[in-house]
Design a binder for this molecule. Structure first.
Ligand SMILES: [Zn+2]
Length: 242
């Protein structure tokens, strides 16, 4: 009896050891890139991977780490002093310095640090390649309606606070191209031409990089902008892309 129990355990241990060895061999052979592993630190110069979006959101919990990531990427910014009443508290925001090629927002804006991180990856890896591929030029300026606004969702008097209330969102309205053309969400979204396809491509490409992406496809309130935010819904929280 005792022998058969011991044998059963030996068999289990052998199977477990075999599985662990197989996993190690597979890992060594296929070697997933760091951006596809949940435990590696975020770097903004790596291609976006399976965990880039969640890692960016998590930076909202650690202002120091988030600013270090922006600094490593070469972004010029100043930290915003924490201020504001509780629901509208700005605690982890950065004012992005103007006139820098890697993040060309207009007008000058302060956003929560994870939004700035998402925008950096988005501009380099989504917006510029889409502009080159679909419009044959680059984007010189990304126009927006702002980030911080102490208000509840849809400006209602009650209900959930908007991610804008802490600067953890930004509303992108248009793209000014290097050749002077301007692609606007309001005017060009529904056109099937190259500017319309460009807008859809940058919306789709934003979905892995931001916790929430809302476009004119979502509702009339978003007919003139792309809402991008880094809402923290926990490590396994839901993400929205509409
Ligand atoms: Zn918004």
């Amino acid at each position: 009896m005792a022998v058969s129990i011991a044998l059963r355990w030996v068999r289990r241990i052998v199977v477990l050891a075999f599985c662990a060895a197989t996993a190690l061999v597979l890992f060594a052979v296929f070697r997933p890139p760091p951006q596809d592993l949940p435990w590696t630190p975020l770097r903004l110069d790596q291609p976006a991977g399976l965990f880039t979006g969640r890692k960016t959101v998590a930076l909202g919990r650690d202002a120091t780490a988030c600013r270090a990531v922006l600094k490593d990427a070469g972004l010029r910014f100043t930290a915003v002093t924490p201020r504001g009443p509780e629901a509208c508290r700005v605690g982890n925001s950065v004012r992005i310095a103007p006139r820098q090629e890697m993040l060309t927002l207009a007008p000058v804006v302060a956003t929560a640090c994870p939004v700035a991180a998402g925008l950096l990856i988005w501009q380099a890896q989504v917006v510029q390649p889409a502009a080159q591929g679909l419009l044959g030029t680059t984007v010189a300026r990304i126009e927006h309606f702002g980030s911080y606004a102490c208000r509840r969702m849809y400006g209602r008097s009650e209900g959930n606070w908007s991610e804008h209330s802490t600067g953890n969102a930004i509303d992108i309205s248009a793209f000014v191209l290097a050749d002077g053309r301007r692609v606007s969400v309001l005017r060009d979204w529904s056109k099937g031409d190259a500017p319309g396809r460009f807008l859809h491509a940058v919306r789709d490409g934003g979905c892995p990089l931001f916790a929430t992406v809302l476009s004119p496809d979502y509702n009339a309130a978003h007919r003139d902008h792309l809402h991008l935010d880094q809402a923290d819904r926990g490590d396994m929280g839901w993400r929205a892309c509409r």
